[in-house]
Ligand binder design. Structure first.
Ligand code: ADP
Ligand code: ASP
Ligand code: MG
Length: 449
């Protein structure tokens, strides 16, 4: 199949009619863009997650439903031939209403996915109709026909071989005839149940779909003109990065830079698809190119911040000079499907952080039963309200002297955990949520300004 471009638009990019119209111009300006992946309209997923967590107060439920309806109504009111799209959207809103009622009685991860998927299912009706009214031959495609996942609701694992086959059969031929508008974030398992890839998952969807149709480029259109040296909302003097390598950008995404879902670059790297990140509000400002090899590889590239971290500290005198202790710990964690993120050890204790949470949101928790089993082995402490700060760069494990600069800058901060050495691309540490932003600001001033 001939090479083409996949463009992904995030929630703020499709927030309302004006924002969607800017997306349309971006799509129209690049004739190679044949496939468009859209998020839900800004704010909608949060409202749906609240409903999915179970709202028993009928008044609050109606309030949330009204808010969701009005976001979509406002776009419909700008369309000239909105009847068909409106009928589809009202049908989905009916589903939202009944699922929200069911969740208020008994919430579940499966139900959550079914419910939150409705955001993307609605926004794509609007974007496709808006495009058609501008004279583009756009068709809406339900990505659940292609984006096959396992049944881990809230954080489903894509099934790559199935996605590739289904994309080749169903999606690629459609893209040769039309501009295809489809949903990010959602998929379906082998039984046809709706699944989601976790919050912010539309970036990952776009990359998986780009891989599936063997696209030659992937554009991620968001609300900032590219990847910055740190979140510009945290450090206003952060500056855009013109070009960055896959490994550096992957580290940033993994360590919490919200600009990209952590898994986004895995498919792009696998198929060597260059990724562009830009602002749909200000496309003329350019953006960041993520490529296999960037021209520069500075020691310090960026700072990333990941909040909502949970740290578990396990202490036992039996650990001293013994073998097999960590194996037992990890056996318990594996049995409860708990994924560990960072880890540090000393003679009699080990601290670890629990991996990111799923679509339902909140800090990762240590399940009661897992805690009980660990307590049979050792003393268990759980700390919440922590933030992970990562300094990302190149050749860090081989460079001298910079740790003094970093830790000197942070001398007034209580660092709860430090990880360094495993990757040449990062140095990271945990500190309390309340001081994490000021730590980022101080480090940014010292290392990047
Ligand atoms: P979208 O809805 O388009 O997916 P997101 O809100 O998920 O957008 O991601 C964009 C946001 O990511 C920006 O508004 C910015 O606040 C945040 N962000 C975090 N780290 C960075 C970074 N290093 N560079 C740019 N933006 C970042
Ligand atoms: N709409 C989903 C979310 O808000 C997915 C995404 O936008 O990437 O998390
Ligand atoms: Mg996002």
């Amino acid at each position: 199949m001939s090479a083409f471009n996949v463009a992904k638009f995030g929630g703020t990019s499709v927030a309302n009619f004006e924002a969607m119209s800017r997306c349309a111009v971006i799509i129209e300006n690049n004739p190679e863009t044949k496939l468009v992946v859209s998020s839900a309209c800004s704010g909608v997923t949060n409202l749906l997650v609240e409903l999915a967590n179970g709202v028993s107060n009928q008044e609050r439920r109606s309030e949330l439903l009204t808010k969701i309806a009005s976001i979509h109504d406002s776009v419909l009111s700008h369309l000239n031939h909105s009847d068909e799209a409106a009928a589809e959207i009202y049908k989905i809103l009916d589903t939202v209403t009944s699922l929200a009622e069911a969740a208020s009685i008994q919430a579940s991860k499966k139900l959550t996915d079914h419910l939150v998927a409705c955001g993307e299912l609605m926004s794509t009706h609007l974007l496709a109709q808006l495009m058609r009214e501008r004279g583009i031959d756009a068709v809406r495609f339900d990505i659940r026909e292609v984006l096959r996942t396992d049944s881990t609701f809230g954080r489903a694992e894509p099934q790559l071989a199935d996605i590739s086959t289904l994309a080749g059969e169903k999606l690629a031929p459609l893209c040769q005839k039309h501009v295809v508008i489809t949903q990010g974030f959602i998929g379906s398992d082998a039984e046809g149940n709706t699944t989601t890839l976790g919050r912010g998952g539309s970036d990952y969807s776009a990359a998986l779909i780009a891989e599936g149709v063997e696209a030659s480029g992937l554009e991620i259109w968001t609300d900032v003109p590219g990847i910055y040296t740190t979140d510009p909302r945290v450090a206003p003097k952060a500056s855009p990065i013109a070009e960055i390598s896959f490994s550096e950008a992957s580290e940033m995404a993994n360590f919490g830079a919200k600009i990209l879902h952590p898994s986004t670059l895995v498919p792009a790297l696998r198929h060597d698809i260059p990724v562009f990140v830009g602002s749909s509000k200000e496309p003329e400002r350019g953006g960041t190119w993520i490529r296999h090899n960037a021209e520069t590889s500075p020691l310090f590239r960026a700072l990333a911040l990941r909040s909502n971290q949970t740290m578990v500290t396990l202490r036992s005198a039996n650990m001293f000079h013994a073998y097999g202790f960590l194996a037992k710990v990890f056996e318990i964690l594996a049995k409860h499907k708990i994924s560990v993120d960072l880890i540090t050890t000393s003679e009699i204790s080990v601290s670890l952080t629990l991996d990111q949470t799923d679509t339902a949101g909140g800090a990762p928790q240590l399940p009661e039963q897992a805690r009980f089993e660990l307590e049979e082995l050792c003393h268990v402490d759980v700390e919440h309200d922590l933030c992970l700060v990562a300094l990302i760069g190149n050749n860090m494990s081989e460079s001298k002297g910079y740790a003094k600069q970093v830790f000197g800058t942070l001398e007034d901060f209580n660092l709860r955990m430090i990880c360094y050495g495993a990757s040449p691309h990062n140095l990271c540490f945990l500190l309390h949520e309340s001081v994490a932003k000021s730590a980022i600001q101080k480090l940014h001033t010292e290392l990047f300004e």
